[in-house]
Ligand binder design. Sequence first.
Ligand SMILES: NC(=O)c1ccc[n+]([C@@H]2O[C@H](COP(=O)([O-])OP(=O)(O)OC[C@H]3O[C@@H](n4cnc5c(N)ncnc54)[C@H](OP(=O)(O)O)[C@@H]3O)[C@@H](O)[C@H]2O)c1
Length: 223
Amino acid sequence: MSAGSLSGRTVLVAGATSTSGAAVARALTSAGAAVVAVGTRPDALEALRASVPGVTTHACDLADLGAVTALAAAVRSTSGPIDGLVHLVGGWRGGRGIAGQPDDDWDFFDRAFRTLRNTTRVFYDDLVASPAGRLAFVSSTAVDSPTAGAANYAAAKAASDTWVRAVAQGFRKDAPDSAAATVFVVGALAGLEERLGDEVVRLWSAPPADVNGARLPLPLSLG
Ligand SMILES: NC(=O)c1ccc[n+]([C@@H]2O[C@H](COP(=O)([O-])OP(=O)(O)OC[C@H]3O[C@@H](n4cnc5c(N)ncnc54)[C@H](OP(=O)(O)O)[C@@H]3O)[C@@H](O)[C@H]2O)c1
């Protein structure tokens, strides 16, 4: 995709301070998008601003629906409605077999799921109203090949993966010619962060019907 092809688009990156978040923010910014980067740690967001010039940052606990609603109002007042939501809040915790799946790990994954649920609910109308609305989420190969030791992780990722494909069905109904929700399926992200950034940018050049509801393996996604 050529530089500047996302000019005029505003994209919110939820969970932007990891290596993958910085890579996605950098790819989107290079393509001309206005990037709104969100995480909970102000120091990490400051570091992101230094490494990816031009991004706007907001500290927000995306697991808190009220906080996400306030974030949306702040973003809309300064940047207007968003055209893209890239959800990268995840994290990994493993247990010991089925009986050894800790409740506090489940609570951790539940919080990550709520960040997806909250952001998609609050920004859904923006994405539907956009001439090119895109939602991207990074799922795991564990959804299709779950293990007993990572049952909490796989089950929580499956819930998120399904939620995104439910959003895709909503887009098919409410914005069939303009919006798409896409799941990238990854084993391990290390070393693939820049590729993820490129593939996220490429979602805007793909016809919505081709990528809406799709589960695209990374690195083999769009070919
Ligand atoms: N890493 C892998 O190998 C791998 C494999 C398969 C799938 N994935 C998926 O790929 C995505 C990105 O993974 P990653 O490993 O790069 O990142 P990660 O470690 O899951 O990223 C966490 C990011 O989310 C932010 N965050 C956490 N809780 C938050 C909250 N309540 N509100 C707002 N922001 C919050 C963190 O910032 P703060 O700390 O500042 O809050 C950080 O920027 C995730 O969905 C992950 O599950 C990763």
